[in-house]
Write a protein that binds this ligand. Structure first.
Ligand code: PAF
Length: 294
């Protein structure tokens, strides 16, 4: 990609590709040697504007951004889409080059889980609801890989999207419990400008007809938030939301819940605390998640 600024053409620098934990640590050491700060953006690749927003936010807050791309096998259930998950590292690196990220960490599975690796991170409480119930073992995989990435890079900060809202709360808990000296930054969901659909690598699985239906999910959540603000009964709002989602053409709804925004425990009546409306629903074989504040 060629950019022009002040009449001069220039090529944005390619990010450095780091393949091993040793490379990653050497890169961070060099940044530290120059007195510079480092932000880490953990991803599973197939980068879209949601990920690129995390990288741009990282660049505002730190001198260097490292984006890790690793499709983590331990967070997929046996019948989930690990094999089918989109993998396109060359395109991802191009996108990161346009954004200005300094490095991409692209480890192999053997690098992240060497033969004989037998430690995993399990978080109680927040993992025992919502995604934790629907995807047994998923959060152990997430907590383990994120802990490893944070300890491998030891960045100043790490950025995660609010689309995986429960994951973000879980990561904050891990960092606090294990005294990992990294600031965790949550970044608001990036939505399709026309439909409001939360951007996700899994949206690539949707047919054009399914994409239209998918765009109704966020509208239901925002309408529920308005009803909560208007003081309607939370259970009545939840029931209304389920009907709307079903009528739009979704299949099984794993959950549609109104929860305490921090602990994610159930809330039966609105009080002063911030709430979060969270949903996971199937459209054909694709499982979509979304959430909004209330
Ligand atoms: O949100 C994701 O893409 C993944 O769960 C993460 C945080 C990169 C861990 O594999």
């Amino acid at each position: 990609m060629v950019c022009t600024q002040s009449g001069l053409a220039y090529l944005p620098a390619e990010p450095v590709v780091l393949r091993t934990v040793g490379d990653l640590r050497a890169f961070v050491r060099a940044c530290r040697g120059r007195g510079e700060t480092v932000a880490l953006v953990p991803t599973m690749g197939a980068l879209h504007d949601g990920h690129l927003t995390l990288a741009r936010e990282g660049l505002k807050r730190a001198d260097n951004v490292i984006v890790s791309i690793f499709v983590n096998p331990t967070q997929f259930g046996p019948h989930e889409d690990f094999e089918a998950y989109p993998r396109q590292p060359a395109q991802d690196i191009q996108k990161l080059s346009a954004v200005g990220a300094q490095a991409v960490f692209l480890p192999t599975t053997a690098e992240m889980y060497p033969e004989g690796a037998s430690t995993s991170v399990h978080v109680k409480g927040i993992t025992e609801t919502l995604e934790g119930v629907c995807r047994p073992g998923h959060f152990d995989g997430v907590a383990t890989i994120v802990t490893k990435l944070l300890l491998q890079a030891l960045p100043d900060l790490a950025l995660f999207g609010e689309k995986d809202y429960q994951q973000l709360q879980l990561i904050k808990q891990v960092v606090e419990d294990l005294n990992i000296p990294v600031e965790i930054v949550g970044v608001p969901i990036v939505r399709d400008p026309e439909s409001g659909l939360a951007l996700s690598s899994r949206n690539a699985y949707l047919s054009p007809a399914e994409l239209v239906i998918a765009g109704t999910l966020n509208k239901t959540l925002f309408a529920m938030a308005e009803k909560i603000a208007a003081g309607k009964s939370l259970e009545a709002i939840r029931t209304w939301g389920v009907t709307q989602i079903k009528q739009a053409g979704f299949g099984n709804i794993d959950y549609l819940e109104i929860r305490d925004a921090q602990t994610l425990i159930s809330v039966t009546e609105k009080d002063d605390r911030p709430l979060r409306i969270l949903v996971a629903a199937f459209l054909g074989r694709t499982r979509l998640i979304d959430n909004v504040e209330a």
